[in-house]
Design a protein around this ligand. Structure first.
Ligand SMILES: [Zn+2]
Length: 362
């Protein structure tokens, strides 16, 4: 159950929806102390609304990332194919401007590190971090979070972010399943009411068949990482195999009553996972939990989600030598812009994307 312990449950039931939502927004500010380079547009500047107020179509998400690449020397924008419905599959590479000037050497050295580690002096080599969003198209807050994450990396003026970008190359794939995402968002926008209705029985909280989870052929792309049946997977893995990241995070959403799932998952695990996997999965999981404790976000860990089947976005990267991780925010297709949980708590889209963003900046 996802519970944000603002107040006792009984008090929650007696206060207005507006008051609950405002209180949650105050608690989930995105690091308000950070100052940003005003020459870099925020998601709001580009989209015309605050992230979380609306859902963002695939082409708008891509437009924002392309704009970041146009205005920032830290960001480059790349295509890796297109879907059956001819939507573009794109990713960005974000790192310091100095690393960007040497990006081909960094990638080639990292490739050598993956294949012949004894040949590489790793002292000056940045870590490669890959972030994947919306492989399931109706788990939509994740791609909203991708925009906030990229904005922080590209525009923040704080020394911690600068330090990260000196020591890491961050690859963001904002929408792994564009056809599924847009199928969900077209349905949602055509069903949503101008007056926000948080009742889970309302039309906008009950996505119609076949839903946006799958791609054009209703195939679950989070089962295709290793088989590469579909163009989304083939294009992505052709780039992935050139980069071979050390860290991979695959962002999902689950039912809106669930607590946030963070690493590690349940057992048994695939025996091909790297030796260091258990240690690092635990380190990253505990980092997330420390942030959740600060923000009073409930979480679950170790109870669910296997890392056995090799076609997931968690286990495939792990078998390739990365620490591949799963993250699951509560919300999913029924979350809408705001929904009342079984606890009587109103979970908003804004909270969902901010909590997922916290997973990166832990
Ligand atoms: Zn999912």
């Amino acid at each position: 159950m996802k519970r944000f312990f603002l107040l006792s449950i009984s008090l929650l039931c007696s206060i207005s929806v507006t008051a609950q939502t405002q209180d949650a927004i105050d608690r989930f500010q995105f690091d308000p102390e950070i100052t940003y380079d005003t020459s870099i547009p925020s998601p709001k500047d580009y989209l015309g609304y605050e992230l979380g107020d609306e859902y963002t179509f695939h082409h708008e998400v891509m437009g924002y990332f392309e704009e970041l690449a146009n205005v920032s020397g830290k960001v480059t924008f790349h295509n890796y194919g297109e879907t059956y419905e001819r939507r573009k599959l794109n990713y960005v590479v974000i790192t310091s401007e100095e690393n960007q000037r040497n990006i081909d050497t960094i990638r080639e050295t990292n490739y050598e590190l993956a294949n012949n580690p004894g040949n590489v002096n790793v002292t000056d080599q940045p870590v490669i971090v890959w972030l994947s969003y919306s492989v399931h198209g109706n788990e939509p807050s994740t791609s909203e979070s991708a925009m906030q994450t990229a904005y922080r990396l590209a525009a923040s003026l704080d020394s911690e972010t600068a330090n990260w970008l000196e020591n890491a190359v961050v690859i963001i794939d904002p929408v792994l399943n564009p056809d599924g995402r847009d199928r969900y968002i077209y349905w949602y926008k055509s069903s949503q009411a101008n007056v926000l209705n948080v009742d889970p029985n309302d039309l906008e909280h009950d996505e119609i068949w076949p839903g946006g989870r799958t791609n054009h052929y209703w195939f679950d792309l989070n089962r295709d990482w290793v088989w590469l049946i579909h163009p989304e997977s083939r294009g992505r893995i052709s780039v992935y195999q050139q980069w071979m990241p050390q860290v991979h995070l695959d962002f999902h959403e689950q039912g809106f009553n669930n607590n946030y799932f963070t690493m590690p998952g349940t057992t048994p695990r695939n025996h091909e996972l790297p030796e260091d996997y258990e240690y690092w999965a635990d380190v990253f999981g505990r980092g997330a939990i420390a942030e959740f404790d600060k923000a009073q976000v409930n979480f679950e860990t170790r109870e669910r989600f296997d890392f056995f089947y090799p076609g997931y976005g968690s286990s495939y990267p792990s078998i390739m030598g990365s620490i591949g991780m799963l993250a699951e925010q509560g919300g999913h297709s029924r979350g809408g812009r705001a929904v009342e949980t079984d606890d009587g708590y109103v979970l908003t889209l804004r909270q969902r994307y901010l909590i997922t963003t916290k997973m990166v900046f832990q």
